[in-house]
Design a protein around this ligand. Structure first.
Ligand code: PMP
Length: 355
């Protein structure tokens, strides 16, 4: 068994893989592959409707919100948000590489107020005690910083519409959706293969588009047409639905949260007590449950390559840190079994004992 710690595309439940294989061979007994049918067919229509309904059910989304599935990745939302909603000023919390990408795109459309940034310490903490400007058109955060390994677990009260990039922690905890005007998530970390992005958006917020936008950037039109203005990413949406079915069967997002805490606690504890390794994020309250970043202590720095070599021999794959950060990163998404966490812990202990 391979232990998959890739940050994304990343591990998916066996259930999703098996159901996908079945559907690629013969979708719903139609005698046709899921890859070769019309997105306007009745069978796919059902998939799209179920994916929307399951998202609402799993995240307990209140009335007055729409769920949309779009192509273009989460990065497309970085510019679509200011394009639609930045009339005068967008407010942002700069907690890492991805939110700073969103900030860069927003500057194309108007004034940007970075209310706080953790760039001064290589994004190794979540800024606290910032004030959200009441005159901003919206306030955008990134709940999980996939590259740096920090996470925001709180659903903030915000005086202006709150938007969160939940690409790498969606479905890993219950979320109070009523606090958000919009949540978006690229699928390829926690619930589907690459190719689709989920957008959860408050209906009253999407009415507020501040300038005319092209059809495919228009949230209202996308919602009205049930994400089918053009051809949607059929296969990733099907796989997303299968992962959502799996999450529900496993006990929902509450169960996912419990498992995420158990996985992360176990790894961080070993890192905390290690003579050789150290977690990148000093404050336990800011540490991501989804992307655990760590490094060799300086006195062992020359052993980094040897650790990655041993990790491959022990079937632990995807442990190299993002190229911009270095060190190591263990991504511990929803589908990662405790068995893989045990393998990582054993790997760390074996390596320490050998050196
Ligand atoms: N936001 C976050 C938090 C991410 O981890 C990623 C990952 N790649 C992105 C945005 C960009 O996503 P995409 O590649 O789907 O555009």
């Amino acid at each position: 068994m391979k232990h998959n710690f890739y940050a994304g595309p990343a591990i998916l439940p066996e259930y999703t893989i098996e159901k996908s294989i079945e559907a690629i061979r013969d979708f719903n007994g139609t005698g046709l592959s899921l890859l070769c049918i019309s997105h306007r067919s009745k069978d796919f229509d059902k998939v799209m409707n179920s994916a929307v309904e399951m998202t609402k059910k799993l995240l307990d989304i209140p009335e007055g919100y729409s769920v949309i599935f779009v192509g273009g990745g989460a990065t497309t939302q970085f510019y679509n948000i200011p394009f639609n909603f930045l009339a005068k000023k967008g407010a942002y919390l700069d907690t890492g590489t991805w939110p700073s990408g969103a900030i860069r795109e927003a500057k194309l459309w108007g004034e940007v107020d970075v209310v706080a940034s953790s760039k001064d310490k290589k994004y190794n903490y979540i800024p606290k005690n910032f004030t959200i400007p009441a005159d901003a058109d919206y306030f955008e955060i990134c709940s999980n910083n996939t590259i740096e390994g920090t996470e925001i677990f709180e659903d903030f009260d915000s005086p202006v519409p709150l938007i969160s990039d939940m690409s790498s922690d969606i479905f890993s905890r219950p979320v109070d959706v009523s606090k958000y005007a919009m949540i978006f998530a690229g699928a390829q970390k926690n619930f589907a293969p690459a190719g689709v992005t989920m957008v959860i958006i408050k209906d009253s917020f999407m009415e507020k588009s501040v300038r005319p936008v092209p059809t495919l950037s228009n949230y209202k039109k996308l919602a009205e047409k049930n994400s089918m203005i053009n051809t949607p990413p059929v296969f990733p949406i099907f796989a997303a639905l299968k992962t959502m079915e799996w999450i529900e069967a496993e006990g929902g997002v509450k169960a996912m949260e419990k498992r995420a805490i158990a996985r992360a606690d176990r790894v961080y504890e070993v890192l905390e007590n290690s003579k050789m390794f150290v977690p990148n994020i000093p404050d336990p309250k800011d540490r991501s449950r989804m992307n655990i970043t760590f490094a060799m202590k300086p006195e062992y720095a020359e052993l980094a390559d040897a650790f990655l070599t041993l990790s491959k021999e022990r079937d632990c794959v995807g442990l190299a840190g993002h190229r911009s950060v270095g060190g190591f990163r263990a991504s511990t998404y929803n589908a990662l079994p405790m068995e893989s966490v045990d393998a990582l812990v054993a790997l760390i202990k074996e390596f320490e004992a050998a050196h």
